[in-house]
Design a binder for this molecule. Structure first.
Ligand code: SAM
Length: 279
């Protein structure tokens, strides 16, 4: 069985490219391909340069680069056994959210949850809210599903796909009460900055999906990216900074320390949270 993963070492493009076999900005984007058995269990997952990818993908710069990764036995077991409880298959049509969760509740949508530990913790602490996590890193998806199962969660679902496609094709307008983007890949080098998710086009995708009064919550430990997040959001008249001073916000109590953040703290990095509300 093929294994798939996504690099977190975002400046090692040469190595990543070698493993994916594609130059990072080559036309054929790589996507997650999955197969389900007759019970709807997740039996195979791989990333391929896809014929399945719609044409517009080829003009898009991806925020991640794919390479092989390893699944632990626990992650594999979780994907096989619990995908049917927690996984939502990527499809090119809008989700029926009340049908997904069996109720109507405020929705938090998290992009790039990594291994999902903090997302599971948030969902466990906030049972009145529904959570959807989107991640391309297969071991992270497995780990998140494992955590959700262990916690017995009913208010969390995951989608194993590029969040840009998910937002564009699966999330109804006005559906999200809180968009969470915690420690997105910082793409440190100037020549890679264009891969950063947060730019005006990203807000064009996200803002229509927010309910009125919905919140965009970002956090990063890379100051130049924090500055970019602030600048891009300040320039958008559809949202307003919730920080009274118009700058960065203190970390709200509902956001646990993430795995990536904890690593940054050990390295002495600062952390910047940003909260903007849709007008
Ligand atoms: C630096 S990690 C941070 C993970 C986690 N939020 C944390 O703080 O520990 C960024 C994550 O975003 C994911 N990612 C990047 N671009 C993505 C996209 N377009 N769609 C879904 N996930 C994406 C990566 O796979 C990676 O796991």
């Amino acid at each position: 069985m093929e294994r798939a993963g996504v690099s977190h070492d975002t400046d090692s493009l040469a190595a990543e490219t070698a493993s994916s076999g594609l130059p990072p900005e080559a036309g054929s984007a790589e996507v997650v391909v999955r197969e389900l058995d007759e019970n709807g269990s997740y039996i195979k997952h791989r990333l391929s340069s896809a014929d399945a990818a719609p044409d517009y993908r080829s003009r898009r710069i991806k925020s991640f680069v794919v390479r092989e990764g390893r699944l632990t036995a626990g992650q594999e077991h979780a994907l096989t056994s619990f995908w049917k409880d927690y996984g939502i298959d990527y499809e090119n049509r809008l989700l029926d959210l009340p049908a997904v969760f069996g109720r109507k509740a405020p929705l938090a949508l998290e992009i790039g949850f990594g291994m999902g530990k903090s997302l599971v913790e948030m969902a466990a602490r906030d049972p009145g809210r529904d959570f959807i996590g989107i991640e391309v890193h297969t071991p992270g998806v497995g780990a998140c599903i494992m955590g959700a199962h262990e916690a017995g969660l009913t208010n969390l679902r995951v989608i194993h796909y590029d969040a840009v496609d998910v937002l564009g094709n699966m999330i109804p307008d006005g559906a999200i009460d809180r968009l969470q983007l915690y420690f997105p890949d910082p793409w440190h080098k100037a020549r890679h900055n264009k891969r950063r998710l947060v730019k005006p086009e990203f807000l064009d995708l996200v803002i229509p999906k927010l309910a009125s009064g919905g919140v965009i919550h970002m956090a990063t430990d890379w100051e130049p990216y924090a500055e970019q997040m602030l600048e891009v959001q300040r320039a958008d008249a559809r949202i307003v900074n919730m920080d009274p001073a118009g700058g960065y916000a203190p970390r709200p109590d509902y956001r646990p320390l993430t795995k990536f953040e904890a690593r940054g703290q050990r390295l002495g990095h600062g952390v910047w949270d940003l909260l903007f509300r849709k007008i």
